[in-house]
Design a protein around this ligand. Sequence first.
Ligand code: ZN
Length: 186
Amino acid sequence: MPIPASQPSSPSSDSAAVRSGGTVTDRLIEANQRYAAAFTDPGMDARPVLKVAVVSCMDARIDLHAALGLELGDCHTIRNAGGVVTDDIIRSLTISQRALGTRSVVLIHHTGCGLLNLTEDFRHDLAAEVGQRPTWAVEAFKDLDEDVRQSMQRVRTSPFLLHTDDVRGFVFDVKTGLLREIDPQD
Ligand SMILES: [Zn+2]
C-alpha cells in the first residue's frame, strides 16, 4: 500500500502499528517489505554451495545457519518435529541429492525436544478425538542418542539416495549451543 507523502514512516513506526493491532502474519509481511526494500538478487544457483543437506528438528531455539556458520545458499535445511527421518524427509533428501547435487547429510536432534515428552498415546488420543486415525506415526522417543542413530540408519539404508557415505548425526544442546556427535556404532 502506498504511504501518503504527508505521513512520515519508519520501520519502527510500522512495527509499532502492527503490534498494536495486526496478527503475527501481518507482522511478518511488514518485516518482508523492509527485507525486500534492502534486498539485492545475489544471483545464486539453486544448488547448495556446500553440497550439504541439514535435517533438523523444527525447534524454535535452533538457528541452524548461525549454529553451523552457514551462509545463504550454502545448504538445504529440512526440518520437521524431532528431525525424524520420515518418508517425506527421504523425499526431500532424494530431490536434494539427485536434482540439486548435495552429497553430505547432517542430522540434528536436540536436548529438551518436545517429542521426548510424547508417546504414541498422542496418536491414539488424537484418533479418539477426531474419529480418524492419522496415517503418520508420532515418532516420539525417549532416548535421544538412539533416535539419532536410527535416523542415520534410515538415511544410510535408503535405496533412493545417491550418497550415503557421509551421514553424521548430532545432538544440539539448547543450553550451550554445542553439538555432540553421536557414534553410529554405540
Ligand atoms: Zn525438537
